[in-house]
Write a protein that binds this ligand. Structure first.
Ligand SMILES: [Fe+2]
Ligand SMILES: [Fe+2]
Length: 475
């Protein structure tokens, strides 16, 4: 592979064409990326022209250029937010020192691990979502799915750039492995649990983009103040794109609820069977999907007590959410933080050194942010006069990581026996029947301006285009 004009082919602000070593490494990786995309990227999308947002620079005019683009010709760019030469480290043992433009040898392994773990989630979600285009509820939604898919592809490029640029041969090997693992594969799965779950239907997709992309927001935010400046600047730019992914999830669930509420009012019923017969998703099923995606996602923050979390913070690799806005010493050596423990019959709080509890701190900030959107969903119900409210389950419900793993806790936070938990799991988590019902509603609707029966149209189109605009041109 030679002769690729990188400044043309890959929009970038990292002087790609002036770094021969880096360019060679990317030239070898790029065809593998394309064949990964062809193999396991969005099914049936190859020839479609999609109204996509492409970032061509990081300034306000450049990062959101809209136009019809063939999916395979999308220009996956590499962007770092502008830096400043005198940025200092805001937390940990190196607080006040100058931020690093290169990787310090002693932190190399940990930084690589952080970048690889983040990088692994990006192609994973593309794999998880690859069949969804076949059952899109509208052309508008199909376009949003594709937008998310190409941007997750770009996020993979962002992490691969760091690996190639700063980690030499190990970095190149890790970049190759990012294209080799597969979501849900028994022999070579993706690194984190939630990224090996299937995303089989559009309600799952909306819950995933609401809850799991929001985990992305918090992880990226915690890396955006990293002492390793290239990582901080890369993740800052990724955050601008992440906001759209969460919007797709939040508005997708809101539109699903809106349509259900409308049919409940028309039929004057909350009877699950009647609503299902009318082709909309009953609210208890939506609650069970919410319980599942929330609990699986909060596991992504890791064990409540973690010496790695303490190390990552103290060495300046990963901060808290909005570290700069907090008014403590940013070293945290004398602070404690409450974590939960399930004891026979109840849940107790235990104070532990805050440095060891930083996963829990990030998880709690995430939970606060998630709850706010659920309240906005409830407003849709209130406005429609429906006396039903969705709720985020207790933090200890359905956990598989940390001290709460395997504790038998209900969504309300009651500890029950294992037998009772198992017997009642169908009330709390989507059952096989729920999933089969939701799957039965998933038919492809892609005429411009038409929507599947189970979902309301959006309030407005993409980039101020009309709702019936031809967002996807099939060829
Ligand atoms: Fe991403
Ligand atoms: Fe995302």
């Amino acid at each position: 592979m030679s002769g690729i004009n990188y400044s043309e082919k890959i929009p970038n602000n990292v002087n790609l064409s002036e770094d021969r070593t880096l360019q060679r490494a990317l030239e070898q990786w790029q065809p593998n990326f394309v064949s990964w995309w062809d193999d396991i990227g969005p099914e049936g999308s190859t020839d479609s022209e999609v109204y996509l947002r492409t970032a061509v620079s990081v300034d306000p005019q450049g990062w959101a250029q809209f136009g019809h683009v063939k999916m395979r010709d999308y220009r996956w760019g590499i962007f770092l937010n502008p830096g400043s030469d005198d940025r200092t480290i805001a937390f940990g043992d190196h607080k006040g020192e100058k931020a690093w433009t290169d990787v310090p040898g002693e932190y190399r392994a940990n930084l690589r691990r952080i970048i690889v773990t983040q990088g692994d989630t990006e192609p994973a979600s593309v794999e998880q979502q690859r069949h969804l285009g076949l059952t899109a509820p509208s052309m508008y939604d199909l376009r949003n799915l594709y937008q998310i898919n190409v941007e997750e592809g770009r996020h993979l490029w962002a992490m691969v750039y760091l690996l190639h640029k700063h980690f030499g041969r190990d970095g190149r090997e890790e970049a190759d492995a990012l294209l080799e693992r597969r979501s849900g594969d028994e022999d070579n799965p993706r690194i984190l649990g939630a990224f090996n779950e299937a995303t089989p239907d559009w309600l799952s997709f909306f819950m995933f983009t609401y809850f799991t992309d929001r985990d992305g927001k918090f992880q990226l935010a915690a890396l955006s103040e990293s002492a390793f400046d290239p990582l901080a600047r890369t993740t800052k730019f990724m955050l601008t794109e992440e906001a759209h992914h969460m919007f797709v999830g939040e508005s997708g669930v809101a539109r699903t609820i809106q349509r259900t509420a409308q049919v409940m009012n028309e039929l004057k019923t909350d009877d699950v069977n009647k609503l299902r017969a009318a082709g909309v998703i009953d609210l208890p099923t939506i609650q069970r999907y919410l319980n599942f995606h929330f609990s699986v996602t909060i596991d992504l923050f890791g064990a409540d007590e973690s010496s790695n979390a303490a190390t990552f913070y103290s060495t300046g690799l990963k901060s808290r959410y909005e570290e700069g806005k907090r008014d403590d010493d940013h070293i945290l050596k004398d602070k404690t933080y409450p974590v939960l423990v399930a004891k026979d019959g109840g849940i107790e709080t235990k104070e532990v050194p805050m440095l060891n509890a930083l996963n829990e701190v990030l998880r709690d900030d995430y939970i606060k942010d998630s709850v706010a959107g659920v309240e906005r969903w409830n407003k849709v119900l209130t406005k429609a006069g429906i006396p039903f409210q969705l709720r985020v389950p207790h933090k200890a419900f359905n956990r598989n990581i940390g001290a709460l793993a395997g504790a038998n806790v209900t969504p309300e936070g009651q500890v029950v026996s294992e037998t009772e938990w198992k017997a009642r799991a169908g009330e709390w988590l989507p059952s096989t029947e729920d999933r089969a019902f939701v799957a039965s509603l998933m038919g492809r609707v892609v005429e411009p301006g038409k929507f599947a029966n189970w979902i309301a149209p959006p309030a407005m189109g993409v980039n101020r285009m009309p709702i019936e605009f031809d967002y996807v041109r099939f060829n």
